[in-house]
Design a protein around this ligand. Structure first.
Ligand SMILES: [Zn+2]
Length: 433
């Protein structure tokens, strides 16, 4: 093990973890204070803030109006009238309206067990509003009392998008750091994906690596509902700083660029395994049969049998089948005299055959222990003109430059994000150094 591996340090003292958690909480406190700064310029089309309800279910919203929020899941075979009772709607006018009005008849056919319906009611049970999800759940019916009259209309779910700003340091694993900061797994995995052309999150992480993040979090009635997108990120890996800013193109697509406006997508991913909780807990090991690194000419990724293996670059399948010590092997050829090999697979992706074209990130097979392997792992080789090389030693070609007009837009849009990242970094340094 030549590189510093911090994905898995079994002997890491518990006291340090606790100290780290304490520091993280401190920082989190400071960061949370910043997390809710309104930023119309960053969240324009995504934010659909209709209301912000900060209090947990069943609590009065404010003393003057005493509005209570109630959420209930539709039960198996439940009738609408019964559901209204459970939601605390005892207002007869509202019940008649919900049950009998022509515009609300659709609700009788939408009583899908498990769906969450929420109501806001006054302390006396009179209805303020009722939100009932329809079909797939992204749309729903909003019933409200406005100027004393009950109305119903179909509307999108009323999520509120908040920008979260967080910063952390890696002590024993990426998930260890993100967990202690309350960062959702989806965002931790996005972070690894954003930098997947530059950093192999299975092998390259070092103790002391730092990151700062600006990401969206969708809230429903004041409670976190799901993670949105990372808008800006910085990762300091082994002393080298990488930055990423999301840039939405006019055609609806988007991508991540560094501060100079260069696309982060590279011709090759650093790792043939996607970063996940499952793969993050496995340590790098030397080849179990051949023994030494020098003879080995590849990289082994320990991972459970069945873990998906992805093509690290666009290419064509040159070989797929069983080959001696390699076991089940896939060999891809890529433009520019590059080849990648994936060995010991338990099985191949369905319908993949010699001559098939694959795109970067496609699942081509699954981790196994076929051939000369004492345990499940992926043996990965990167070859240039037929010779195995360490992919980390090669400068990977960059592609897809921005046009002049796009670059101007990018500079304007990324400026506030760059300021935030710089701010987070300063706070971070102030706490750790
Ligand atoms: Zn190997």
């Amino acid at each position: 093990m030549k590189r510093g591996i911090v994905n898995y340090l079994p002997g890491f003292p518990e006291i340090s973890r606790r100290m780290f958690a304490a520091i993280a909480v401190l920082i989190l406190g400071m960061v949370t204070a910043l997390a809710f700064t309104p930023t119309p310029e960053l969240t324009d089309e995504r934010v659909d803030v209709v209301e912000i309800l900060q209090l947990p279910s069943g609590q009065p919203l404010d003393q003057g109006h005493e509005i209570y929020v109630r959420e209930e899941r539709i039960a198996q075979g439940e009738q609408l009238d019964h559901l209204l009772v459970r939601l605390g709607v005892t207002d007869n006018e509202a019940r008649r309206y919900v049950l009998r009005a022509p515009e609300t008849q659709i609700l009788h056919r939408q009583l899908v067990p498990g769906r969450m319906v929420d109501a806001r009611v006054h302390a006396d049970g009179s209805l303020v509003s009722l939100y009932f999800p329809l079909n797939g759940g992204e749309n729903g019916m909003l019933i409200e009392r406005r100027n004393g009259r009950l109305t119903a209309r179909e509307t999108a779910r009323q999520y509120e998008t908040r920008l979260m700003m967080k910063s952390g340091e890696i002590r024993h694993s990426l998930f260890g750091a993100t967990d202690s900061l309350g960062i959702p797994d989806g965002i931790a995995i996005q972070l690894a994906e954003v930098f997947s052309g530059d950093i192999d999150f299975h092998r390259d992480l070092r103790q002391g690596d730092r990151f700062s993040l600006v990401y969206e979090m969708r809230y429903l009635h004041g409670k976190p509902a799901n993670a949105g997108r990372i808008l800006a990120a910085e990762f300091v890996n082994a002393g080298k700083t990488y930055q990423a800013f999301y840039f939405a193109h006019k055609d609806g697509t988007g991508g991540y660029y560094n501060a100079r406006g260069e696309h982060l997508k590279k011709a090759f991913l650093r790792s043939p395994l996607a970063f996940s909780r499952v793969t993050s807990g496995f340590s790098l090991r030397l080849h179990p049969i051949l023994g030494t690194w020098r003879e080995h000419k590849g990289i082994d990724y320990g991972a459970p049998t069945g873990t998906p293996v992805r093509a690290t670059g666009n290419g064509v399948v040159q070989f797929i089948g069983n080959r001696g010590g390699y076991g089940n092997l896939i060999l891809l050829t890529h433009r520019g005299n590059y080849q990648t090999a994936y060995a010991h697979l338990s099985r191949f992706a369905a319908s993949l055959k010699q001559g098939s074209r694959v795109s970067q990130g496609d699942t081509i097979g699954y981790v196994g222990r076929t051939g000369w392997a004492t345990g499940p792992h992926l043996h990965y080789e990167f070859r240039v003109q037929g010779r195995a090389v360490n992919p980390l030693s090669i400068a990977m070609p960059n592609n897809i430059p921005l046009t002049k007009a796009q670059k101007a837009d990018f500079e304007q849009e990324s400026a506030p994000l760059q300021t935030r990242i710089a701010l987070l970094k300063e706070m971070h340094i102030a706490h750790f150094e």
